[in-house]
Design a protein. Structure first.
Length: 344
C-alpha cells in the first residue's frame, strides 16, 4: 500500500511537471511559440524585431475596437504576416490617411487599402480580400434583380449602396434603414427581397444578427475591387518580403480561415454578374460612429460588439448591443495589439 501511494504521488508530480512544460514552464499558464529568426531588419522596417502595421479602426470588420484592443480581419492577417517574417507586431490606428502614416515613417505597412481608391504615392500589393457593393438575398435561388422585376431593396440610409440601388432601380425600390443590421432584419422578415451592402461588411452584419442569418450574394451593383496592403514606394525589400508572405497566406488557405472566423464564410466575387457600375457615389461620406455602430466608408457593419477574438479558434460571431465596439467572440491565440502600439 505504501509503495502504491509512492507510485501514485510520483505519477502526479510527473503530470504536473508535464503541464508546466506545456504551459511554457514560465508559471504564467500560457504558451508562446518560439519566434522565428527575423527575415527583415532596419532600415527595411522602422523598429528592430517589430512590424508596425497601420489600420483604420473605423472600418470593422477589417479593423475596429474591442475590449480595449484593435481587432479585425486585417489585424489577424497582419499578425500572420509578422509571424512568418519572424517579427512581433505593433498595430497603429492611421485613420483614413495611410499615405501620411507611410510617408512620415510611422508604420511599415498599411492594411485595408481599397485598390479602387489607392494613392499613387505608395506601392500596393495584389488584393487579398474582395470588396464591392453586393446584392444579398436569403438564398441563391432568389434570382438576379432587374429594373422591370419590381425588386425591393433595403440599404443603409445615405450610403453608397443606397445610392446604387436608387440609380439602378429607382427610389421606389429602396427601403432606407438607419443601420445595416436593420436592413438585414427587413430581409429576414420578408419586408424586402434584397439587401444592398458592401460584400464584406454585409456578410459581417448578417453573421452578427442574433442566431446568425444565412444569406447569399446573387449579384454585384459595381465591378468588384479588392483590399490591398500598402508599402512605401521606395522600400522594394519590404514589398517583396511582406508581399510574398501575403501571397502565401492567400494561397495556403490562411486568409480563408480568417474570413470564415469573422464572416462565417470565405468570399469570392469575380464570377458574379454585375448589374451596373456604381463605382462613384453622389451620396455623402457614409457611415459614422457617433451612435457606436462602427462606421465604414459605405455603411455601419452593425450596432454592437464582441469580445476580442484574435487569430485562432474563435467562431467569428459578433455579440451586438453591448458597448459599440466591434469584434468576434472567439478565443483567439493570435497576436493583436493595443491601440497606438499593439506590441506584445
Amino acid at each position: 500500500m505504501i509503495r502504491r501511494r509512492f507510485v501514485m504521488a510520483a505519477l502526479g508530480a510527473a503530470l504536473a511537471c508535464m503541464t508546466l512544460m506545456l504551459a511554457g514552464c514560465s508559471g504564467s499558464g500560457s504558451y508562446q511559440p518560439e519566434l522565428k529568426s527575423a527575415e527583415v531588419a532596419p532600415p527595411v522596417i522602422g523598429e528592430e524585431g517589430t512590424l508596425r502595421v497601420g489600420v483604420n479602426t473605423e472600418n470593422p470588420p477589417l479593423a475596429g475596437m474591442g475590449s480595449g484592443k484593435i481587432i479585425g480581419i486585417d489585424v489577424d492577417i497582419a499578425s500572420a504576416i509578422a509571424d512568418q517574417l519572424g517579427l512581433k507586431i505593433s498595430i497603429v490606428d492611421v485613420g483614413s490617411d495611410p499615405a501620411a502614416a507611410i510617408a512620415d515613417g510611422k508604420v511599415d505597412v498599411v492594411m485595408g487599402i481599397d485598390a479602387a481608391n489607392a494613392d499613387s504615392s505608395y506601392w500596393v500589393s495584389p488584393s487579398y480580400l474582395p470588396t464591392g457593393i453586393a446584392v444579398f438575398a436569403l438564398n441563391a435561388d432568389a434570382g438576379i434583380p432587374t429594373a422591370d422585376s419590381d425588386a425591393t431593396f433595403a440599404a443603409q440610409v445615405s450610403s453608397k449602396s443606397a445610392w446604387a440601388v436608387s440609380n439602378e432601380f429607382g427610389e421606389s425600390a429602396l427601403t432606407p434603414t438607419d443601420t445595416l443590421k436593420d436592413a438585414f432584419v427587413a430581409l429576414r422578415d420578408g419586408t424586402v427581397k434584397y439587401v444592398a451592402a458592401d460584400a464584406i461588411i454585409g456578410l459581417y452584419a448578417a453573421h452578427g444578427l442574433d442566431g446568425g442569418l444565412d444569406v447569399s450574394i446573387v449579384s454585384m451593383l459595381m465591378k468588384p475591387s479588392g483590399y490591398c496592403m500598402a508599402v512605401a514606394t521606395d522600400n522594394a525589400d519590404l514589398q517583396k518580403a511582406a508581399g510574398d508572405v501575403l501571397a502565401s497566406l492567400a494561397g495556403n488557405g490562411t486568409i480563408d480561415v480568417i474570413e470564415r472566423k469573422w464572416l462565417g464564410t470565405s468570399v469570392a466575387l469575380d464570377s458574379l454578374p454585375v448589374i451596373g457600375d456604381s463605382s462613384s457615389s453622389e451620396g455623402g461620406d457614409d457611415g459614422d460612429s457617433s451612435d457606436g455602430d462602427g462606421a465604414t466608408a459605405d455603411e455601419d457593419a452593425s450596432d454592437g460588439t464582441g469580445d476580442e477574438g484574435d487569430t485562432g479558434s474563435g467562431d467569428g460571431t459578433e455579440d451586438t448591443g453591448d458597448d459599440g465596439t466591434s469584434g468576434a467572440d472567439g478565443e483567439g491565440d493570435g497576436t493583436s495589439g493595443d491601440e497606438g502600439d499593439g506590441t506584445e
